[in-house]
Write a new protein. Sequence first.
Length: 478
Amino acid sequence: MKKYLYILIGLIILVILGLNPLKPKNVSSERKLSETKIQSLISLEEAFVEISERVKPAVVNINTERTTKIKPFNPFGEFRFRSPFFEEFFKDFFDAPEREFKTQSLGSGFIVDERGYILTNYHVIKDVDKIAVTLLDGRKFNVKIVGTDPKTDLALIKIDSNNLPVCILGDSDRVKVGSWAIAIGNPFGLHHTVTIGVISAKERSVGIAEYENFLQTDASINPGNSGGPLVNIKGEVIGINTAIVGGGQGIGFAIPINMAKKIVGDIIEHGKVKRAWLGIHIQDLTPELSLSMGVDVEKGVVVAGVFKDSPAEKCGIKRGDIIIEIDGRKVSTARELQQYVISQSVEKEVEVTVIRDKDRITIKVKLGKIPEDEDIELSKEEKVYTWLGISVQELAPSLREEFGLSPDENGLLVSFVAPGSPGDEGGVKKGDIIKEVDRKEVTSIKEFRKIVSKIKKNHTLLFIKRGNFSIYTTIKNE
């Protein structure tokens, strides 16, 4: 009896330990499962290898040279000696000719047309005296600059050759966070380095260009990678590697290829970028603004100003309109609207849907070409500019009289501050006179707009006159 009891206890222990003595272990099944997983990894590895071999021949190393002239230091400056002897002696000693220093920099680029057109970053070839390109096969070429676009940090250059390997351009609008991302370039001069990661985020802004809509990736990007391609798992270019966060590991940024496609086409066809324009000042619709404006809309873009003779003015868009759609696409932020407009062709007709006095209106607008800053001004009835919730006006005689200001008072009048806006949180009040922005005097909307458009910091310093007192205040930039 005890013998059977011991056998039963032993079987129970074996079952608890996960062993079944009554069923033989299927070693081949486990081995097959393991081999299946290994094969999947091998397939992925082979995909990366294939992409690398296919794309690398179209990636180029860019070497630039810049000459800097330095005048020898003269400790006497503009001092003049009374004695002609000493004057001539020290003049001969210190007035040596300027010395030239040559500095070299490295970058990357990739061929987008078999005729020799290469796309890279503007900052890679900015203010250089000489540019040379080296291909994967060792061939070297001198370069011609075809066109540049500093506002997006893009440049198109050309080498004199034909039948070149070309990168296939993908669709960056279809990229999803978590998708594979492969960066190829020449970090620290190490030719055709391949690094792998994922798309970490989209629509990032880091303050290095006027128009930004970066893809963020953790694929390793280092100095020298700038201008190289960021490709997807199909080997299609989805971005142009552009920037890294100082001290940040695994944080790199790439310009979406869809933004570059139109720019490349414009430069090849026209020699410059023809950027589309609505002609409005815009800001995000916040819950506070929605409540203050009495509209039942959660997301949209507020028209804070309309430029004189702009496409928007000609078609009837007005200050205070809330744009909720363009060409049937919902818009939630000012950046979304801006990116869509600049991606379109000049003279294209778009449909803009706005909320005006709680009514939904659709307006057809023929996009114009954005003029230079000095050529544009706000409409006469729109002499108000809104920035971070602060609406400012120039000091017309009627306003001076209304607010009791002297004729020699300079600055811009704060006519409205949106509740809950950065301006409100920074303590700006209606009736304040803004005298300076980041220590620069402002007397006109044009000056104000020009200064704030170039601000890249997280905070902006304002110098304000309030009544008989003057104060400084800091506004947090959104």
